[in-house]
Design a protein around this ligand. Structure first.
Ligand SMILES: C[S@@+](CC[C@H](N)C(=O)[O-])C[C@H]1O[C@@H](n2cnc3c(N)ncnc32)[C@H](O)[C@@H]1O
Length: 219
């Protein structure tokens, strides 16, 4: 199993923060942005709600979400947040840990997390926190890789280390990416995991040649 010690994860994201967007564009051939944009566009929510984007990183999802409502982004990496603040001046960004959210019960209409839950050692605790801060009937959206395109996965796993070596030099964080992606739940298991916390299934949609899966649940 991949080591997901929170302090090590935070240090890793602090280390790669200034090149995170650039490397993402290279290793996904630009598709990650389109997947994130579509995932937000397809969210069936009224305008101007209170939205919490967890593991907001450099603010890609927060950027698209800020066109739909009032966004608070949370992450424990100061360096990732520094990039997000420049990218999405309209949103509020807070440094914090998803397993101990600094918000009152039932304070958000929508909670999102993109490419984040996979990195959290105690993911059950993070889901409990998501349920706690969501209003009754609130919407939870989870976006991450899926295992629905085995050929895409094969190409991804062969090419990512090579591209990262060429464009970044240090391959350690991206070895972690490939490993954590392999170990992650498949979309069906993920849905069951959310249901085991009392969330109700709404929909699952696939993007980027089925390599990304959006799971939408309701509290
Ligand atoms: C792969 S990035 C995803 C960033 C962004 N959501 C995106 O889609 O590009 C994962 C982010 O999760 C953050 N993170 C991981 N564990 C966390 C935790 N327990 N609490 C808060 N942030 C965490 C990391 O600092 C990092 O910025």
């Amino acid at each position: 199993m991949t080591d997901k010690n929170p302090e090590k994860i935070r240090e890793m994201f602090d280390l790669i923060a200034d090149r995170y967007d650039f490397i993402n564009n290279i290793i996904s051939f630009g598709t990650h942005k389109r997947g994130k944009k579509l995932a937000v566009k397809n969210l069936e929510i009224p305008e101007d709600l209170k939205i919490l984007d967890l593991c907001t990183g450099t603010g890609d999802l927060a950027y698209f979400l800020s066109k739909r409502g009032r966004v608070t982004g949370l992450d424990f990496s100061s360096k990732m947040l520094a990039v997000a603040r420049k990218k999405v001046p309209d949103a509020e960004f807070i440094k914090g840990d998803c397993t101990n959210l600094p918000f009152n019960n039932a304070s958000f209409d929508v909670v999102t997390i993109g490419f984040g839950l996979r990195n959290i050692e105690n993911s059950d605790r993070a889901i409990e926190e998501i349920c706690r801060v969501l209003k009754p009937d609130g919407i939870f959206m989870h976006l991450d890789f899926s295992n629905a395109n085995p050929f895409g996965d094969f190409v991804f796993e062969k090419f990512v280390p090579l591209l990262v070596k060429i464009f970044y030099g240090n391959t350690v964080p991206y070895k972690y990416l490939v490993q954590s992606k392999q170990e992650y739940f498949n979309p069906q298991k993920l849905k069951e995991k959310f249901e085991s916390h009392g969330l109700k299934y709404v929909t699952q949609k696939f993007y980027a040649l089925n390599m990304m899966c959006e799971t939408v649940m309701k509290r």
